[in-house]
Write a protein that binds this ligand. Structure first.
Ligand code: NAP
Length: 253
């Protein structure tokens, strides 16, 4: 029956950047659907761990700086030795730097591109190799942005990374669909997290943004739950290279 295809009982999901914000919302949503979670963060994910364990699911927290890719093999090894398999990867960890393009530094370019795009690719590659070795297929969900579609202002490396991530989602979907690996993206709109704190503190920008959102509110981490469960589940087995906007209507406007 259709609702059973959304059930993720005992699936194993890696969620990067899940100690707060959208990553935490998605990790909890996946756990509510039945997943055990491997959380990859620089800092402690104590709160997320407690939320997931209170649902009776297991949580393995790994401390990794995703600005570099050297630790990726260790993430896969620990996941497999602890849980025996991997079923789902959510490439959520991301950073943003704001400055006028005319003054933007090479450091702010490289830092953002490394976490948001380079690491997302090499995490996907490592997890896809594991899916292929398992002969299980699997699900990869990249967290894109409105700036995968639009230019934005004062965030050149962020726009480049998120536009690139959407292209990469399509390429990986094409290459790996025949291995029963689904690669898709979720493009959040303007959500209430640390990432948008500076925008929300700027009264004028905050009002301009809110006025443009048809749903008339900023999004919340729990708004991501339904989409991530869908894209992680059998219900989306014939969905490849798609980007699902969770944006209160922003892109439709
Ligand atoms: P957030 O609250 O700032 O969370 C970012 C997460 O990424 C944190 O868990 C952070 O962990 C992790 N992270 C960052 N750099 C890392 C690194 N080098 N190594 C390991 N983990 C790292 O932001 P958010 O809004 O939830 O963003 C989550 C994703 O959604 C990002 O990809 C963001 O671009 C995207 N997004 C957000 C919005 C929005 O409106 N909020 C809109 C569109 C897309 P640490 O605390 O350990 O650094």
């Amino acid at each position: 029956m259709i609702l059973n295809t959304f059930n993720l009982q005992d699936k194993v999901a890696i969620v990067t950047g899940c100690n707060t914000g959208l990553g935490q919302g998605m990790a909890v949503g996946l756990a509510q659907a039945g997943c055990h979670i491997i959380g990859v963060n620089r800092s402690d994910a104590t709160e997320t761990q407690a939320l997931i364990e209170s649902l009776g699911r297991r949580f393995l927290g790994l401390h990794v700086d995703l600005a570099r890719t050297e630790d990726i093999p260790g993430i896969i090894d620990k996941a497999v030795s602890e849980f025996g398999k991997i079923d789902i990867l959510v490439n959520n960890a991301g950073i943003i730097r704001r400055n006028d393009a005319i003054d933007f530094s090479a450091q702010d370019w490289d830092d953002v591109m490394s976490v948001n795009l380079r690491t997302a690719f090499f995490m996907s590659q490592a997890v896809a190799r594991q899916f292929i070795a398992q002969r299980s297929g699997g699900k990869i969900i990249n967290i894109a942005s409105m700036l995968s579609y639009q230019g934005g202002v004062r965030v050149p490396s962020y726009t480049a990374s998120k536009s690139g991530l959407l292209g990469l989602t399509r390429l990986l979907a094409n290459e790996w669909a025949h291995e029963n690996i689904n690669v898709n993206a979720i493009a959040p709109g303007y959500m209430e997290t640390n990432n948008t704190e500076a925008l929300r503190c700027d009264e004028q920008r905050s009002r301009e943004i809110l006025d443009r959102i048809p749903a008339a509110r900023w999004g919340l981490p729990e708004d991501m739950m339904g989409s991530v469960v869908f894209l992680a589940s059998r219900a989306s087995d014939y969905v490849n290279g798609h980007s699902l906007a969770v944006d209160g209507g922003w892109l439709a406007r």
